[in-house]
Design a protein around this ligand. Structure first.
Ligand SMILES: [Mg+2]
Length: 230
């Protein structure tokens, strides 16, 4: 099994293709709410949304069931207009830039005949992620992407990894490499699904003592050497 040639590399999104940096979610939601709610309601609405968002991420953490932005607003008792959603995704723009190493990395993988995939635990709809990938000119380099908001499960559930394999058209997990920044969701999940796993660690993700990654990298540029060795 360990001599299986690599046929697909599947990437986590936040903290992996998009370098991790801290975001003040409470103040982000306040800035999103400001143009859309009366001044006296902004803080209350922003807190309700942020609380609902955290609650649903906790449910995902416990159950590995996915959640959506629509569920966040429903739980918070907020009706989100198109204009409100546009403000929200605009507020995220400075935090979603794709790592400059991603384009040459993906091009190099595709030159080797290796499929490029994405599997993200996210509440955002596909359209929001594709807007980011189009902006950063990586959309055409991705063969298949799965967003947990579109399926019942999230990483580390094996069904999420199975869906990502189907999206890139590879049916043998031993021929897949997963790259992510979270030891539990990404590394433990991918290893449990039968894939190789590469960890690109950051400072803000809980450690997990379970499955050891097959490689640890500090930048995406280091990945190709491991792929070639495998
Ligand atoms: Mg991540």
């Amino acid at each position: 099994m360990r001599t299986m040639a690599v046929r697909a590399v599947i990437f986590d999104w936040g903290g992996t293709l998009t370098p991790w940096h801290p975001v003040d979610h409470e103040s982000l939601w306040r800035s999103v709410c400001e143009p859309h709610f009366p001044p006296g309601q902004v803080a209350e609405v922003a807190t309700a949304i942020r609380t609902a968002e955290q609650d649903l991420w906790q449910v995902t953490g416990r159950s590995h069931q996915s959640a959506t932005l629509a569920q966040v607003f429903e739980r918070a008792g907020v009706s989100a207009t198109e204009e409100f959603l546009a403000s929200y995704f605009q507020a995220w723009d400075p935090h979603t830039y794709t790592d400059p190493d991603a384009v040459p990395l993906m091009q190099g993988l595709r030159e080797r005949g290796i499929k490029v995939g994405v599997l993200s635990n996210t509440m955002w709809p596909r359209s929001a992620h594709e807007r980011v990938f189009l902006r950063d000119e990586v959309m055409d380099l991705i063969d298949g992407a799965v967003y947990s908001s579109e399926i019942p499960w999230a990483k580390p559930h094996h069904e999420a990894f199975r869906a990502a394999m189907a999206a890139v058209g590879v049916d043998d997990p031993a021929a897949c490499v997963f790259v992510g920044d979270r030891p539990y969701d990404d590394v433990h999940g991918a290893k449990g699904a039968g894939m190789r796993a590469v960890l690109i660690p950051n400072d803000d993700v809980p450690a997990f003592g379970g499955a050891a990654p097959d490689a640890v990298i500090t930048s995406l540029a280091e990945l190709t050497d491991h792929i070639d060795a495998w």
